[in-house]
Design a protein around this ligand. Structure first.
Ligand code: SF4
Length: 497
């Protein structure tokens, strides 16, 4: 399919998570856009993390229930109706679905759930100009979808300013593939992901939106459902709602340059029972969160230093990688340990090619985070030289990308810190060093509570982890591979032309 034109965006008032109200609003949206789902119909929520500690981070189950019922109301010949996602921060998707209350909801509406890391990853070739790679991997249900429904959560994001429809595509890749290019070129990666699949219908859960951050957002009662048929137009209107120019948000601008839709309001038909001006008034005070790491840690026990990432002609700061990940890691730790800021000893964290002074007093640890960290200078009375380990992205082949699950990460972070005992600094390798690894490193360096071991989360995590491992082991025994190399030909109707 081509990205849908003319681009339409519908703004509707919705003050509560009442399933019948949501169903009616979404059904009317489908009717207004002239859409009837058919074939393999796949709904993609944002379930990056869930459970009581992350209660405003994910698309609510009531919203999805309303969506499935509305799709069934408008059935135009569906052969399958399913929900699919790869959640974030190294957690099994089963754990996130459980924490989000998705399983009882799926049962009520008779809908199948895909945990994308358990499905075969298939290869999609890219041919557009300016692409980061010649192909990307995505789970097979995405590649086969005929009617794709994007159902994100309305949130701020520390790496990409916002996460609306297009940023939600990070969850159409399993961990090992999504972490490739999840660095200072993240916005280009998001634009490239739009070439895998195009949505026929988009509806965002903006009833309670998430301000400031993405994993631990501040709840913001926006009282809206926004619907549309074109991702670029949709994200542009959402940006205007919170007072941002969509052209200033890189992944939106890049997708517009790739031909996926318009950013200018004059080319978008906006309708509904709320005007854009009224929606903007509702969103007054909504915080977005591009905060440089040095600023973020001001007034805390942690001092941050950031030099430019590789390819400095593109940007002087790695917005899509390690610095943003430490901000999310600290927000998680603050949730699980109210005394985190008091407990954490004075620490210095360094990113990129940094060439200023590092003001570490005797006994204070210095941590270089990420493969591109580079430094030459004094740490106390020692001259220290830290070399960049960064590998050009052209040398990273997704065919052979490897994955470390959380247990392997715990082991490797622990051994890195143990080996660095007595040394003037610690180096955490990776590009990026994930949120999970930075959480673990801070826990081990600071003696604060470990979220992965918290009583409230551990049971759900262990259950999800064991079910994930047994489901994948059973698939391997049946001869279903993790990954299928070579162009995947059996594309559904949602494949872009
Ligand atoms: S190592 Fe980290 S900071 Fe450096 S380019 Fe990669 S993601 Fe960015």
């Amino acid at each position: 399919m081509k990205p849908i034109a003319p681009a339409k965006v519908i703004l509707r008032r919705c003050e509560s998570y009442d399933v019948d109200t949501i169903r009616r609003i979404l059904r009317e949206g489908l009717e207004e856009l002239g859409l009837q789902p058919k074939g393999r119909t796949l709904v993609k929520p944002n379930c990056v993390s869930s459970g009581p500690m992350f209660k405003d981070a994910y698309t609510r189950p009531e919203f999805l229930e309303g969506m499935f019922l509305a799709l069934q109301d408008r059935d135009g010949g569906m052969t399958e109706l399913a929900l699919g996602e790869r959640c974030g921060i190294t957690i099994p998707t089963r754990t996130s679905f459980d924490g989000a209350g998705y399983y009882p909801m799926l049962k009520r509406v008779g809908v199948k759930g895909y945990h994308f890391e358990e499905e075969p990853q298939v290869e999609i070739p890219l041919t557009h100009e300016g692409r980061l790679r010649d192909y990307l991997f995505t789970p097979e249900p995405i590649a086969r979808a005929d009617f794709f429904v994007n159902c994100p959560k309305f949130k701020s994001h520390p790496w990409t300013t916002v996460t609306f429809a297009m940023k939600n595509y990070i969850g159409i890749q399993d961990d090992r593939h999504r972490l490739i290019d999840h660095d200072h070129r993240l916005n280009e990666k998001i634009a490239d992901l739009q070439h895998i699949i195009q949505p026929q219908f988009i509806a965002i859960d903006a009833i309670t939106a998430g301000a400031g951050r993405m994993l631990t957002p501040i709840p913001f009662d926006l009282g809206l459902i926004v619907m549309g048929n074109n991702s670029v137009a949709f994200d542009s209107v959402c940006s205007h709602i919170i007072g941002l120019d969509p052209e200033s948000i890189e992944h939106i601008r890049f997708a517009r340059e790739h031909g996926f839709g318009p950013t200018d309001l004059a080319s978008i038909a906006i309708s509904g029972d709320v005007t854009l001006a009224e929606a903007q008034a509702k969103a007054r005070g909504f915080q977005v969160g591009l905060v440089r790491v040095e600023k973020y840690f001001e007034g805390t026990h942690i001092t941050a230093y950031a030099g430019p990432p590789p390819e400095p002609e593109r940007t002087d700061y790695c917005w899509g990688g390690c610095p943003g990940a430490i901000e999310e890691a600290v927000e998680i730790l603050r949730l699980f340990d109210k005394e985190f800021d008091e407990k954490i000893p004075h620490l210095h964290v360094v990113f990129g090619a940094y060439d200023g002074p590092i003001d570490a007093k005797p006994g204070e640890r210095v941590v270089f985070i990420g493969d591109c960290a580079r430094f030459e200078g004094m740490l106390g009375d020692k001259l220290v030289k830290v070399e960049s380990l960064y590998r050009d992205r052209a040398t990273k082949d997704p065919h052979v990308a490897e994955h470390e699950d959380i247990l392997a990460k715990i082991f490797s972070v622990r051994s890195t810190l143990r080996e660095a005992r007595g040394e003037p600094f610690v180096r955490l390798e990776g590009c990026p060093v994930s949120v999970a690894e930075q959480v673990l490193a801070l826990v081990m360096l600071g003696g604060t509570k470990n979220p992965y071991m918290s009583a409230s989360e551990a049971m759900r995590f262990n259950k999800g982890y064991l079910m994930w491992k047994s489901a994948t082991a059973a698939k391997r025994l049946r001869g279903i591979p993790y990954q299928k190399d070579g162009t995947f030909e059996e594309r559904g109707e949602s494949a872009p032309e």
